[in-house]
Write a protein that binds this ligand. Sequence first.
Ligand code: SAH
Length: 215
Amino acid sequence: MTNGAPPQNPGMMQLVLELVQNGVVPEVVQVMEKIPRELFVPQPFQDRAFENAALPIGHHQTISQPLVVAQMTQALDLNDRCKVLEIGTGSGYQAAVLAPLCRRLYTIERHKPLSVRAEQRFQQLRIHNIVTRVGDGSKGWPEQAPFDRIIVTAAAIDIPPVLVDQLAVGGVMVVPIGDDQHDQRLVKLVKDEDGPHITDLGWVRFVPFVEGEAP
Ligand code: SAH
């Protein structure tokens, strides 16, 4: 985790207020308060790091909107025994938020430069329970399956069946679904002994889930 609490700034205080007003639970707010989002945002967007907005991170990708990061984290219903898989490391911000709330996080990114940069940020923040991989997340991470929780941070056309297979019974998966950027729903899947149960969590906007490794 971070080396002591970072000094409060007005932007962060405003963001925290927005999270609380939108029903984010204290456990998640407290974690997000400690993670310096400015570290995950490229230089030209530094002054916007505490806006509740998605921002460009290069390679046509974005760091997710903080409220959506909070809502996805909350929907996962984490505990410190959970082994978690994230598809779409991106900047690493969502991973850094999940890490203090779970046992170990495995995260896959198809763009190597993004994965390398995210890994550097985890080291800088002394987060030691994240394992990164460069590759195609549509294959999941078979060597480490099953996972107690799976989070996909790019929008898939359908719930990837391989990922459902790699989810433990009793596990939870959160994934944005929809091919049109203006028509995506966040879906929560709970895998019981009698199969998957799906709940709709509302509208979201994510970059597309792309199969195959980046060139
Ligand atoms: N969780 C990130 C959000 C990044 S945007 C953050 O907090 O910053 C989604 C990311 O998913 C992008 O970096 C994109 O390259 C990646 N992605 C899309 N399809 C993928 C796939 N099949 N396998 C791995 N990563 C994928």
